[in-house]
Design a protein around this ligand. Structure first.
Ligand SMILES: [Zn+2]
Length: 421
């Protein structure tokens, strides 16, 4: 749609310029800056290294809690979770006393950059590794006419009606990847390359999965292999003339002790002992159907008061626990981390980089971790992410970048408005 070159698209109060060339934003799930540092030191990510040198690179702040869904929604709406409403995978509905899954599009507030550009006539592609993200990514996105939205998890089942595309396996030239594999992410990038070659979408959002980072530290061979592979594909996007923007939803930390066992604070057990069973309810918002690689253990949990214990008493009881970095009441948690108050617990508990928090020990299945150290995320120590463009910034955005710590949800703003022409 070359005729729209002067157009501006307003999304949630931010004006985005029409892309001058295809813009590819990649969310490297679990892409802690430490993985890129390792790659730079050892020289196995030459394309990313070139972007960082010739374009723009900082470490930005992600959305808290540092989980997958909140951060993906921040990136595609350009807003913090206080605006878009997705602050985890679960929250507690205090009327029914039931945990509510937050991964449905109906809970996402406001429009997405992808949907608004498509409505303005841009060709838009959204590809994600896991199906659970797909419906939120595709919220309001009119499919067909070159607009597509699909996951590599369900690539073999894509239909024109549901995804705007069929025959994805043939297009990509890879077999259906396993849900627990690095190929699930590589498939997303390969699909992006094929779409860029064939349809040349104006805007692409490619969201990977953090299976590799949950399993392997930056110095381990499999992690290096994965980064070598994704870097080669980033290079291919640049070769095809795309503006490439790289960020992550969250980082990743090793949370095991010297013996290799997970360093867990079983918060529900501690609170039950202190205040009595049923008095408090701990919700681990990292919980989802795919807990094999993290056992539903993360660096951030919410506590709801269901009986006599007050937030102040809970804060007093929890702040003394070794491994806890921060305990906040609802107001302070929402103010400090820009989270939606109606989905926040009475108390938010954040763990240190080397520790994680669970509910009741009996309710977590850690068998999926067998033989591996626990690596996971959710806290402030995992909320630092790469923010890289393959083009330098224009004058205005150089100034903008110089005065504040950037947020990962500004990545579309910087890619569309900030790249030097
Ligand atoms: Zn993630």
């Amino acid at each position: 749609m070359a005729a729209r070159k002067d157009a501006v698209v307003d999304v949630n109060g931010i004006r985005y310029r029409w892309p001058k060339q295809p813009v590819v934003v990649v969310c490297i799930d679990g892409g802690d800056p430490a993985y890129f540092r390792q790659g730079l030191e050892e020289g196995f990510i030459p394309n990313t290294a070139r972007f960082m040198k010739q374009g723009f690179s900082v470490v930005a702040e992600g959305t808290m809690p540092s989980f997958t869904c909140p951060n993906n929604m921040s990136i595609i709406t350009g807003t913090p979770s206080s605006k878009h409403g997705i602050s985890g995978n679960f929250y507690l509905d205090t009327k029914t006393d039931q945990p509510v899954v937050m991964t449905g599009p109906e809970l996402l507030r406001g429009g997405t950059i992808l949907a608004r550009f498509a409505a303005a006539g841009a060709r838009v592609a959204a590809v994600t590794a896991k199906e659970k993200l797909r419906r939120q990514l595709g919220k309001g996105l009119e499919l067909g006419g070159g607009n597509v939205c699909f996951s590599s998890e369900k690539a073999s089942q894509c239909t024109r009606a549901e995804n705007g595309i069929e025959g994805v396996l043939d297009l990509v030239g890879m077999p259906q990847p396993d849900i627990y594999s690095m190929e699930l992410s590589l498939f997303v990038l390969e699909a992006g390359i094929r779409l860029l070659e064939r349809d040349r979408p104006d805007l692409m959002y490619l969201s990977l999965t953090d299976w590799v980072q949950h399993k392997f530290a930056p110095h381990e061979a499999e992690a290096k292999r994965f980064y070598r592979e994704i870097d080669a594909r980033f290079g291919r996007f640049a070769e095809l003339g795309a503006l490439v923007a790289l960020t992550a939803d969250h980082g990743m930390n090793d949370k095991s002790n010297g013996a290799g066992a997970p360093n867990v604070i079983w918060l529900q057990d501690i609170l039950d002992e202190r205040f009595g069973k049923g008095d408090t309810r701990v919700i681990c918002p990292i919980t989802d159907a795919f807990v094999g690689h993290h056992g539903a253990l993360g660096g951030f949990v919410r506590v709801w008061c269901r009986g006599r214990a007050t937030p102040r008493q809970i804060i007093e009881a929890v702040s003394a626990i070794d491994g806890v970095e921060q305990v906040l009441d609802k107001d302070n948690a929402c103010r400090l981390y820009e989270m939606p108050a109606d989905r926040e617990g009475d108390v938010a508990v954040i763990s240190r980089a080397d520790a994680c928090i669970g509910g009741a020990e009996a309710e977590h299945d850690l068998s999926g971790l067998a033989g591996h150290r626990l690596r996971t995320h959710g806290g402030v120590s995992e909320a630092r992410v790469p923010f890289i463009l393959n083009r330098p910034l224009n004058e205005a955005y150089r100034l903008k970048a110089g005065v504040t710590t950037l947020k990962s949800h500004q990545i579309f703003d910087f890619a569309l408005n900030g790249a030097a022409s």
